[in-house]
Design a protein around this ligand. Structure first.
Ligand code: AMP
Ligand code: ZN
Ligand code: FE
Ligand code: FE
Length: 278
């Protein structure tokens, strides 16, 4: 059976693999199709696409956009994006700028707590336009200020902890529109992570095409519940490991196995939309 993993990060956001390493790992896991979904960027997609083409693997250019609905942070996956789309690139560039400013603010707060973390060290480690809390956490570990990533999040970075700084977020509706005008499909990411099922009808009304039923942090019961929700709202079903490379433990790539027919359904929806638009 052909298998896909549609939720993957590289070092163009907070993963540790390069796009080429990601494709190599996907090949070793026997995946027929992968999507790259770095946070608020599509920058790694060109390199991943080239690496995938070289080994005849199917590649879907994507992104994981940070959005909000009713004051709840929601992640929205965009698939089959035109990565040259001007509006998309301009919009996500704004979010990247805010992410960079946020790093300065988080480090300032950590410094106020007496930990002399250097902001330049965080940017050097992140080495990308879309830095986030995992980069701060990894720099804290590297500097010997905490023992591990969990301690960094527990002491400083988790919501409610002293160095937590909110991200700027677009509304879920704006994210959907941005994805659609770039030719893509919008999918609700890991709904089970935030336990915010009550907002799903509102997200569907905002124009979502699909829901990520299969995810590393979804139990079997959760996946079944989201499959029922997908059926009820006529949503596409997606799934992925949310692999961040070696940033936490063993790479997760390939541990969530999405049967390829779901990818076929995604492509059919894109084709139908193109025909309707012509
Ligand atoms: P950010 O986008 O900067 O808010 O960072 C979010 C990322 O941090 C998520 O994608 C996770 O990869 C990671 N993350 C969130 N909470 C934790 C945690 N408690 N321990 C380790 N990583 C975390
Ligand atoms: Zn992440
Ligand atoms: Fe996410
Ligand atoms: Fe993710």
């Amino acid at each position: 059976m052909k298998i896909a993993d549609l939720h993957l990060h590289t070092n163009f956001s907070d993963g540790t693999f390069t796009p080429e390493e990601l494709v190599l790992n996907a090949q070793n896991k026997g995946l027929a199709c992968i999507a790259l979904t770095d946070h608020d960027t599509v920058e790694g997609c060109a390199r991943a696409a080239a690496a995938a083409a070289a080994v005849q693997m199917e590649f879907i250019p994507g992104s994981e956009l940070t959005a909000e609905y009713d004051d709840t942070e929601v992640h929205i996956l965009g698939y089959f994006l035109d990565t040259q789309n001007r509006t998309l690139l301009d919009e996500i560039a704004k979010f990247q700028t805010v992410r960079q400013q946020r790093i300065h603010e988080m480090v300032a707060r950590i410094n106020e707590l007496g930990v002399p973390l250097q902001v330049a060290d965080v940017f050097a480690l992140a080495n990308c336009k879309s830095p986030g809390r995992p980069h701060v956490a990894r720099t804290l570990v590297k500097g010997g200020y905490v023992r591990n990533l969990d301690e960094a999040f527990e002491r400083f970075l988790k919501k409610g902890r002293p160095a937590w700084v909110p991200k700027s977020k677009m509304s879920a509706r704006e994210a959907v529109e941005l994805i659609h005008q770039a030719g893509g499909l919008a999918v609700i990411a890991h709904p089970g992570l935030n336990r915010t099922d009550e907002i799903i009808p509102g997200l569907v009304a905002a124009g979502m095409d699909g829901i990520e039923c299969f995810h590393t942090k979804h139990s079997t019961q959760m996946a079944e519940r989201y499959l029922e929700i997908a059926d009820k709202f006529n949503l596409l079903v997606t799934g992925g490991s949310d692999c961040h490379g070696f940033s936490k433990a063993k790479p997760l790539i390939g541990t969530v196995k999405l049967p390829y027919d779901h990818v076929e359904r995604m492509k059919a929806k894109i084709s139908a939309r193109k025909i309707a638009g012509n």
